[in-house]
Design a protein around this ligand. Structure first.
Ligand SMILES: Nc1ncnc2c1ncn2[C@@H]1O[C@H](COP(=O)(O)OP(=O)(O)OP(=O)(O)O)[C@@H](O)[C@H]1O
Length: 328
């Protein structure tokens, strides 16, 4: 038995798996198309409004809310940086926005409509996300990047451009088979999906996997970032959401990555939300900084406004700016 007859089938299989990771089964889908035909309030970017949003994880051991009465508005095309200590609710906000969960109470409006009304597939097609989940598949490097926009998985030039923006060119050049290098499945979360039912690896898959390669944590981040850049080619992206993507990158690599995202945002006009602990270089560009503490918004404004407040943000800014300097 062959699991995959051709590359196209393989891409389709892993493409579905790639999208599956974003799907939580308990979330009810909506049927409103997104973007709305009149794109009201949207422009090139997504308009996001949270009104008194409260959220606790299903089955959470602590009664403490992950988000508590969170209210703010993000304008289309804005660059927003979310800051806050560990456990303050930054990632939880992104999980609600990508519809992995529903709020317990309160409302999230996207371009003026309740997020729950929209078709999830439509909504997610307009989002490019880069999270701490650096998932790769036992495919070639080229295919792993191409999955970001699977219609163009054969477009070498587009993939090379995405790899450049994700900072992956050097690591690819190091490999004998460059873009065609098959990634090592044993260390990949979905490696078992290329096994046949009897547990053996067959035919072409086996041959390819014998020649496969693993990559380091930082290299993995660069490849996943390249896949996110590939998504921009769909022309549908209205929101890019980045959640602490650069923990294994050196400061130079991190700065380059953010600059490339900023450049893509500028061309595309999308809204950009960044969650990061190392935000010194980002906040000067930010239209809005949202400072969370224990699930609540404690401060909001641009960098100079929050510095002038002399509160929570300023305290964190000094701490992490020092850490960032000592890294470099
Ligand atoms: N899957 C989960 N189940 C139960 N509780 C969770 C889960 N994920 C997060 N929490 C809790 O929700 C709260 C907010 O967590 P969240 O991950 O949003 O914080 P964060 O600001 O992103 O933190 P970090 O900076 O450490 O990534 C924390 O109290 C956390 O312990």
């Amino acid at each position: 038995m062959r699991l995959f007859d051709d590359t196209r089938q393989k891409i389709s299989f892993f493409g579905q798996l790639f999208n599956l990771e974003k799907t939580a089964s308990v979330i009810e889908d909506g049927n409103l198309p997104y973007p709305l035909p009149d794109n009201k309030g949207g422009g090139g970017g997504m308009h996001i409004e949270l009104k008194n949003v409260c959220f606790t994880y299903p089955g959470a051991k602590s009664p403490k809310k992950a988000l508590s009465n969170v209210t703010f508005t993000i304008q289309p095309g804005a660059l927003v940086v979310i800051v806050g200590a560990n456990g303050s609710g930054k990632t939880s906000f992104l999980k609600l926005l990508t519809r992995l969960y529903n709020p317990d109470s309160g409302t999230i409006l996207i371009d003026g409509e309740d997020i729950r009304k929209y078709s999830m597939a439509d909504l997610r097609q307009t989002m490019a996300t880069l999270t701490q989940d650096h998932r790769l598949f036992p495919l070639s490097i080229s295919e792993n990047i191409g999955l970001g926009f699977s219609d163009k998985v054969d477009d070498e030039e587009m993939i090379r451009d995405a790899a450049a923006k994700g900072g992956a060119v050097q690591l690819i050049e190091k490999l004998d088979e460059k873009m065609k290098t098959i990634l090592e499945p044993r260390s990949l979360q979905y490696g078992n999906h290329v096994s046949a039912g009897d547990g053996t690896l067959l035919g072409k898959e086996l041959h390819a996997l014998r020649k496969s390669r693993d990559v380091s944590g930082g290299e993995r981040q660069r490849l996943v970032a390249s896949r996110t850049f590939m998504r921009f080619n769909s022309g549908k992206i209205k929101l890019v959401a980045i959640d602490e993507p650069s923990s294994a990158l050196d400061p130079e690599g991190e700065l380059e990555l953010f600059n490339n995202f900023l450049a893509a945002k500028q061309v595309n006009g999308c809204t950009m939300i960044c969650v990061t602990h190392r935000f010194g270089h980002l906040t000067k560009h930010a239209d809005q900084i949202i400072c969370l503490k224990d699930g609540e918004v404690v401060e909001m404004g641009n960098h100079s406004e929050l510095v002038a407040l002399g509160g929570e943000y300023l305290k964190m800014y000094h701490i992490q700016a020092r850490a960032f300097e000592s890294d470099s």
